[in-house]
Design a protein around this ligand. Structure first.
Ligand SMILES: NC(=O)c1ccc[n+]([C@@H]2O[C@H](COP(=O)([O-])OP(=O)(O)OC[C@H]3O[C@@H](n4cnc5c(N)ncnc54)[C@H](OP(=O)(O)O)[C@@H]3O)[C@@H](O)[C@H]2O)c1
Length: 257
């Protein structure tokens, strides 16, 4: 299927997995509406680069997923700038101060940090996917993908807050998939094992963590953002038209070791 003339809306496109995904879609001729939070300059420079390199329509928008209702205003702006919304990828994730008390060993977990992670992971997905689905319904269908992680399957240090929210995300994806199927809107989760991005580089003892990940990954290296980008595109393409309500795991085999 051609992505030309279609539009992807993605949260968190300034770096890591989100950035790799928007480049993958741009290469296929897809128009891109993506969001940033703190890196406005990087967002502008990515927009400029994608337009120059691929001759597609690209726009960046600010978004704070700690205020999920902001998605309503975001999609209204996107309506003014793009003819359709064909794909929505919920990718952005919080780090730093907002995850204090949420990114911690079990005995140091605090409700506020845990709530922030749940809000950014699950509630932001819900409002973003609802707004996307309203637009997709009008054009006869679309595809929604939520980024998840194998931290809900494999114990990962300090990751109880994120892992439990990703488990909830994968469940809500199934509900959305069933309830949107009659509108030809597919909803899936794409779950990665550890991927070398800023989010992971901020982990304490990152170098040791990286060595551990490599040693327990049958494919013998750490995951890179590009390892997920092609799968995200596949999940939006017609080649995956019979897949909905699933979590696709891409982890180099590490969750079975
Ligand atoms: N890294 C991994 O090991 C891994 C593995 C599996 C799944 N995942 C999932 O993949 C997704 C992307 O992870 P990543 O590692 O690529 O993250 P990352 O490199 O830290 O990038 C995070 C993105 O989210 C944006 N963001 C940060 N705070 C935000 C906020 N309050 N509101 C809106 N946007 C915000 C950032 O924008 P600014 O730069 O503008 O602030 C950035 O674009 C996440 O859902 C993550 O859970 C990650």
């Amino acid at each position: 299927m051609s992505f030309e003339g279609k539009t992807l809306v993605l949260s968190g496109g300034t770096k890591g997995i989100g950035k790799a995904i928007i480049y993958e879609f741009a290469k296929a001729g897809c128009n891109i509406a993506f969001t940033y939070n703190s890196n406005a300059d990087e967002a502008k420079s990515i927009e400029f680069d994608l337009i120059k390199e691929y001759g597609i329509k690209v726009k960046n928008y600010p978004l704070d997923i700690l205020e999920p209702e902001n998605y309503k205003e975001l999609f209204s702006k996107i309506d003014e700038d793009f003819a359709s919304v064909n794909y929505f990828i919920s990718n952005a994730i919080i780090s730093g101060r907002p995850v204090v008390g949420g990114f911690a060993p079990f005995m140091r977990l605090k409700p506020k940090g845990l709530n922030n992670i749940y809000t950014a992971t699950v509630l932001a997905f819900v409002v973003g996917a609802q707004e996307a689905a309203k637009r997709m319904e009008k054009i006869g269908g679309g595809s929604i993908v939520a980024l998840s992680s194998t931290g809900n399957l494999v114990h990962t240090e300090n990751y109880a807050g994120h892992g439990s929210s990703k488990a909830a995300l994968e469940t809500i994806v199934k509900y959305a998939a069933l309830e949107l199927a009659d509108k030809k809107i597919r909803v899936n989760a794409l779950s990665g094992g550890p991927i070398e991005t800023d989010a992971l580089r901020k982990f304490p003892n990152f170098d040791k963590l990286k060595q551990d990940v490599i040693s327990r990954t049958p494919l013998g290296r750490m995951g890179q953002p590009e390892d997920l980008a092609g799968i995200a595109k596949f999940l939006c393409s017609e080649e995956s038209y019979w897949i909905t309500g699933q979590t696709i795991i891409a982890d180099g085999g590490s969750s079975f070791t």
